[in-house]
Design a protein around this ligand. Structure first.
Ligand code: GDP
Ligand code: MG
Length: 336
């Protein structure tokens, strides 16, 4: 038995981040991790997979699942996203339910928010995060809001914060110390996690393989650069991933990716005039991949037309959007 018995006991567990699209779930996860891994954009439903982000402190380990916004399913892909969000909450020890604030300090808390809240398992502690407090100039206005929300639902805690401001700037490679809101959020979550040893190594950031992030970085650039023109009917797969050999350790890592689109017209947009769009996407994505890997990368992109890929179960599986949450539940089998 270790002598330091008065040390705080280690707690660990899974935390699902749920909420409407665009409230800032991915931004929060990035801020907590201090390194950008979940992709963000102004488009709702950017997040298509669960992302397991792991935050390790001396006294606790927080295993975060970034769920896609719960929303009404319009086609198969949508249905899958809903299933992933529900599963994430079911396997979690704590749920972080996120909504955002308007500049007048009104919590959005729409019908959609309430529907999500109602769908969450009753047995789980729910921590409410009120995101985007940076929008609120007059912080005094927050107090009555907090009081009202506390009456509306039996939240385990209510934490106002700004995921955007409190996250470390992307240039800053040094992990910033968690800011006030983030620290309080982690403390509140920790109180509700089971006492148990850490589930992953201390330096684990995510259980996703590097190639997953490479594909996500490409998808992120597509969403940023093409806006509404190529909506969410796009998937990215890694076709080739070759690391330098031991003989030539300084050579570039060679990565080829295929971008799958639904329609010929989307292919045209993605390629752009004389390939200019595809080049831009490739350059920006390559920079992020190099930043993550810390080495030179050769990145090649192809565009393929696969009609109705998001409506076919088989195609979804092939492209990596497998069912039953298989993407996120590898690793430790903590029986909940
Ligand atoms: P998600 O769909 O819930 O994952 O939302 P994202 O994390 O992708 O964020 C959606 C949009 O809200 C992005 O444009 C973010 O930059 C923005 N956002 C996120 N957090 C904050 C915040 O604290 N303050 C402000 N002003 N904007 C934020
Ligand atoms: Mg997201």
């Amino acid at each position: 038995m270790p002598p330091a018995r008065d040390r705080k006991k280690t707690r660990a567990g899974r935390i699902a981040i749920v909420g409407r699209p665009n409230v800032g779930k991915s931004t929060l996860l990035n801020a907590l991790l201090g390194e950008p891994i979940a992709i963000t954009s102004r488009h709702p439903q950017t997040t298509r997979d669960q992302i397991l982000g792991v935050v390790t402190r001396e006294d606790a380990q927080f295993v975060f699942v970034d769920t896609p916004g719960v929303h009404r399913a319009r086609h198969k892909l949508g249905a899958r996203m809903n299933a992933l969000a529900r599963d994430a909450a079911r396997d979690a020890d704590v749920v972080v339910f996120m909504t955002d604030l308007t500049p007048e300090a009104r919590p959005t808390m729409s019908e959609e928010d309430r529907a999500i809240l109602a769908a969450l398992p009753k047995s789980l502690p729910i921590v409410l995060v009120l995101n985007k407090v940076d929008r609120v100039k007059d912080k005094e206005r927050l107090f009555p809001v907090l009081e009202r929300l506390a009456k509306e639902h039996d939240f385990a805690a209510i934490v106002p914060l700004s995921a955007l401001r409190e996250g470390a700037p992307p240039e800053a490679q040094q992990r910033a110390r968690p800011a006030e809101g983030l620290r309080r959020l982690l403390d509140e979550i920790r109180e509700r996690l089971p006492e148990q040893p850490k589930l992953y190594d201390d330096d684990t950031l995510s259980d996703k393989p590097v190639r997953f992030f490479v594909a996500e970085f490409v998808r992120e650039q597509i969403l940023r650069k093409t806006f509404q023109e190529v909506p969410h009917g796009v998937a990215v797969t890694v076709e080739r991933f070759e690391e330098p050999t031991a003989k030539k350790p300084d050579a570039a890592t060679h990565i080829e990716l295929a971008i799958h689109v639904d329609r010929e017209a989307h292919k045209k947009i993605l390629i752009g005039a004389r390939g200019s769009m595809l080049r831009e996407i490739g350059t920006e994505a390559r920079k992020r991949v190099e930043q993550m890997l810390g080495k030179h990368v050769h990145l090649q992109l192809w565009v393929r037309v696969t009609p109705k890929w998001f409506e076919s179960d088989a195609r979804l599986k092939e492209l990596g959007y497998a069912g039953d949450g298989a993407v996120a539940s590898s690793g430790d089998g903590e029986d909940a």
